[in-house]
Design a protein around this ligand. Structure first.
Ligand code: DGL
Length: 270
């Protein structure tokens, strides 16, 4: 029917927004697992099973292509899903690779050996589960050599954003950047490796200072999906309307979505 967009809750809406702006004629089915959010403090086994359940639901909606618009699921579950679970006629993509391709100045599908890149000191801000998975370092090592990565688990930040407590969220951004600076005083680039963090991009930029290149995912992921669909138009599917599913309370989730998108979304029960 359409392209599926999976997230543990609301964070993936920052990606959906960029997708809908970049690909206005493509219908998307968004699935937010709000009943089980946050994923960022769960273990990898749990994240794998929850993500498979959500992706199966999107396949039931006719979405043969599903984008995991969630770094935690992309980091902790995607590789295992692709290696052992996704059937040949379906595709599941993540949000890490576009970020790393931008950092390493690679085109999609460039599988040449890892090489030296301009950036040598990279800070990664992400959920505890994403940091623990070391998926960012693994994917980066396929593409670049000699890059020092310091990862900062940003405990509490997703919850503060979901609760709409932007004062607490801003304070947490500053304290997590300070903690990172104690281990890596001068990062050249910072990766916002959680789909909630684009909402705090200004706070990250202010705390990191003007010399740090901040990489935010939504536009990078949208450009990458656009490219993918140009090469594989059959994965777009025949649908015409976007749809919004949640495992949580559709009314409450629809209202909270306004925080992320500044527009109401008609969520329905998954
Ligand atoms: N949206 C998830 C991510 O990008 C974070 C939210 C969660 O912890 O569930 O990592």
């Amino acid at each position: 029917m359409a392209v599926g967009v999976f997230d543990s809750g609301l964070g993936g809406l920052t990606v959906l927004d960029a997708l809908q702006r970049r690909l206005p004629d493509t219908p998307f089915v968004y699935f937010g697992d709000n009943a089980h959010t946050p994923y960022g403090t769960r273990d990898a086994e749990d994240i794998f099973h929850l993500t498979c359940a959500g992706v199966t639901r999107l396949w039931d909606e006719g979405c043969d292509l599903v984008l995991l618009a969630c770094n935690t699921a992309s980091a902790a579950a995607l590789r295992r899903m692709q290696e052992s679970w996704v059937p040949a006629e379906k595709r599941v993509l993540g949000v890490f690779v576009p970020l790393i391709e931008a950092l390493t100045e690679r085109q999609w599908g460039d599988n040449s050996p890892p090489r030296e890149v301009a950036v040598k000191h990279v800070a990664l801000f992400a959920t505890p589960a994403t940091v623990q998975s070391r998926a960012f370092q693994r994917e980066l090592a396929f593409r670049a050599i000699g890059v020092d990565v310091e990862a900062q688990p940003c405990g509490g930040l997703v919850d503060a954003i979901e609760q709409g407590d932007m004062i607490l969220a801003e304070a947490l951004v500053h304290s997590h950047v300070e903690a990172l600076h104690r281990r890596m005083p001068r990062p050249q680039a910072a990766m916002l490796g959680c789909t909630h963090y684009p909402l705090m991009e200004d706070a990250f930029r202010a705390a990191l200072g003007p010399d740090v290149a901040v990489y935010s995912q939504p536009d990078l992921v949208a450009a990458s999906l656009d490219d993918y669909l140009t090469r594989r138009p059959q994965m777009r599917g025949p649908g015409t309307e976007s749809d919004y599913l949640t495992t949580g309370d559709p009314i409450a989730v629809g209202q909270k979505a306004t925080l992320f998108l500044r527009r109401k979304l008609p969520f329905r029960a998954a």
